[in-house]
Ligand binder design. Structure first.
Ligand SMILES: NC(=O)c1ccc[n+]([C@@H]2O[C@H](COP(=O)([O-])OP(=O)(O)OC[C@H]3O[C@@H](n4cnc5c(N)ncnc54)[C@H](O)[C@@H]3O)[C@@H](O)[C@H]2O)c1
Length: 282
């Protein structure tokens, strides 16, 4: 077991549902926290829950590599070391979901900038410290790394890409004492998932049509955080929650074929997809 006690944990997207829940769980296990998110106010609010000597709240846009390096330097100045990186910040569509055909290319790029390059920058900026301290990097991917991402392509593309990055990294780090792993949440009740749960009528209908009820049942950020922090303590390669997703991950080949077939042949989904594209054109 890799104890979190006295370790310094750098979190991106810390003010969000999963980031804040992981911060609370890890703090409870003795970690010092570098809390980062887009606004200083959001991380200050979270930091108020903790002992000031064990927390460093800083504004950070993860698409800015130099700023991310600056945050890690401040973390080292404050705590002496940074041991764990939780590269977690992520976004989805700003407005209506869209298809590859109907989306705005700038919006596709904006999502990939945060969900792929933002994760890469966070990991890259942390690596000197993580290697120096034989630490751990956990990257938040998603079950969308291996689930068909219809009407969510830039997100699913990025989540699959960060999984691949982390697999490469884990083998590249072998022998250094440091390592890396992937967190694959299913649906978690946080702002980013609202679109699928009534926040957008068409997207909700599409999700309800595409996935059986047991798959889209959201879990709480706290339940996810408990699993994520256990994954950090084990320095696990893969942490999936809810647990049934492990089965789908193990059987990715047949799951991918079956899901592509089911989604591609569902007439109601065809109709909803055309409606979504018509909405995008307006
Ligand atoms: N909620 C889910 O169902 C679910 C499922 C799978 C994966 N995830 C992933 O979990 C991670 C956390 O999401 P969440 O569910 O807590 O959503 P959330 O929207 O509550 O939190 C995301 C946080 O990231 C921050 N953020 C956005 N852009 C940023 C940027 N450029 N720089 C720094 N911070 C930025 C936001 O301000 C927000 O606080 C994301 O990577 C998301 O893709 C979520």
């Amino acid at each position: 077991m890799y104890s979190l006690k006295g370790k310094t944990l750098f979190i991106t997207g810390a003010a969000g549902g999963i980031g804040a829940a992981v911060a609370r769980e890890a703090y409870g296990r003795g970690a010092n926290l570098i809390l980062t998110d887009i606004t200083q106010e959001s991380v200050d609010t979270l930091a108020n829950e903790f002992d000031a000597s064990r927390v460093l709240p800083l504004a950070l846009d993860v698409t800015d590599f130099e700023a991310t390096q600056g945050v890690i330097s401040k973390g080292v100045e404050t705590f002496g070391h940074v041991d764990i990186c939780f590269a977690n910040a992520g976004i989805s569509w700003r407005g209506d979901p869209a298809t590859v055909f109907s989306c705005d290319p700038d919006e596709f790029r904006r999502i990939v900038d945060v969900d792929l390059f933002g994760v890469f920058y966070s990991v890259k900026a942390c690596l000197p410290e993580i290697v120096r301290n034989s630490g751990f990097i956990m990257v938040t991917s998603s079950v969308y790394a291996f689930t068909n991402g219809m009407a969510n392509a830039p997100y699913a593309t990025s989540k699959a890409a960060v999984e691949q990055m982390t697999r490469s990294l884990r083998c590249e780090l072998a022998g250094t004492g440091a390592t890396a792993g992937v967190l694959y949440p299913g649906w978690v009740s946080t702002p980013i998932a609202k679109v699928a749960f009534g926040g957008h009528a068409l997207a909700t209908q599409m999700i309800n049509t595409a996935f059986p009820a047991f798959m889209r049942q959201p879990i709480s950020p706290e339940a996810l955080a408990a699993k994520a922090v256990k994954g950090m303590e084990k320095r696990a390669f893969a942490t999936l929650a809810p647990g049934f997703w492990s089965l789908f991950s193990w059987f990715r080949g047949p799951y991918a074929k079956l899901s592509d077939l089911v989604l591609g042949s569902n007439k109601k989904l065809h109709r909803l997809t055309r409606e979504l594209e018509a909405l995008n054109r307006k």
